[in-house]
Design a protein around this ligand. Structure first.
Ligand code: MG
Length: 280
């Protein structure tokens, strides 16, 4: 028997535009279509950013709601994870989507440098958001852009400000933050085993490191993330045709490591999310 690997698809992100790759979905309708196609290809978690009419990153709650509602209606088994990421918006704006009570939301437990500027998550904000996530019953995906964020997550877990078991993601390949290195994944996995052995984890790499990071995660017991947010190419010089195409490749990698794509039910079980039948 092989072990399930959860495939998360990050459909849009904050950076790539339709000029970079016309397949990047930037309107709610296209985002929902892309999510459904990615689900049919094998992804069970959808990480969502939204864009304004000029394709700029947005925190508009109405846009988030459209995407979340669309995915829930057309693809009720898929787990929707809303991004609370930065890039130019205020802290209050970034976390406004929590009011929509998504099943999951991304959450970084510290600050670091980004390609331009600082990804700003001061200690008081981290504590405040952690409490809101508990109060709202939203499962965070802890996004570790710098390694101190892992230890802050362990601290929150110990203090009851992070519901067990946590889901933690190592983010690699962002300029000025962590590079994509296998040794980092080994260190990350070992520290997770020591500090929060019940946790599930994912590692992701940007650009050409996407597949490498998928392979490292599959080999070491982690879960995978793919999608146009992190990488717009299928291979060198060849744009990915869709999010689904990138998911298909992640699916193909699974058996090489005695893994299989987690079914929706396995995904919910692994992440300790309510089975679909009990959802409101
Ligand atoms: Mg993101």
């Amino acid at each position: 028997m092989t072990t399930p690997a959860i495939i998360t698809v990050a459909i849009t992100g904050a950076v790539p535009t339709t000029k970079d790759n016309p397949a990047v979905p930037v309107t709610p309708q296209r985002q929902v279509e892309s999510a459904v196609a990615a689900f049919e290809a094998g992804a069970t978690v959808c990480h969502v950013h939204v864009r304004d009419a000029e394709e700029k990153p947005s925190s508009d709650v109405g846009l988030y709601e459209e995407v979340q509602t669309g995915i829930r209606e057309q693809c009720p088994e898929m787990v929707v994870q809303l991004s609370t990421g930065a890039r130019g918006r205020s802290i209050a704006e970034r976390f406004s989507c929590l009011e929509l009570r998504p099943e999951m939301a991304s959450f970084s437990t510290g600050s670091c440098n980004f390609p331009q500027g600082i990804y700003d998550n001061p200690p008081d904000v981290v504590e405040d958001v952690a409490q809101r996530l508990i109060d709202y019953g939203i499962k965070p995906e802890i996004e570790v852009f710098d390694i101190a964020m892992l230890y802050k997550a362990a601290d929150l877990l110990e203090r009851g400000l992070l519901a067990p078991p946590p889901q933690v993601q190592l983010v690699m390949g962002i300029k000025n933050a962590l590079p994509a290195r296998e040794s980092l994944v080994d260190f990350f996995a070992a520290e997770i085993a020591a500090l929060m052995p019940e946790a599930t984890w994912t590692c992701m790499g940007t650009g050409r490191f996407q597949i490498e990071a998928n392979r490292w995660a599959l080999a070491k017991g982690g879960h995978v993330r793919t999608g146009l947010e992190d990488n717009i190419f299928y291979s060198k010089g060849r744009l990915a045709a869709s999010n689904a195409e990138l998911v298909e490749r992640a699916v193909e990698l699974c058996p090489e490591h005695d893994r299989h794509p987690a079914t929706p039910a396995e995904t919910r079980q692994l992440l300790h999310l309510p089975a679909l039948a009990t959802q409101a």
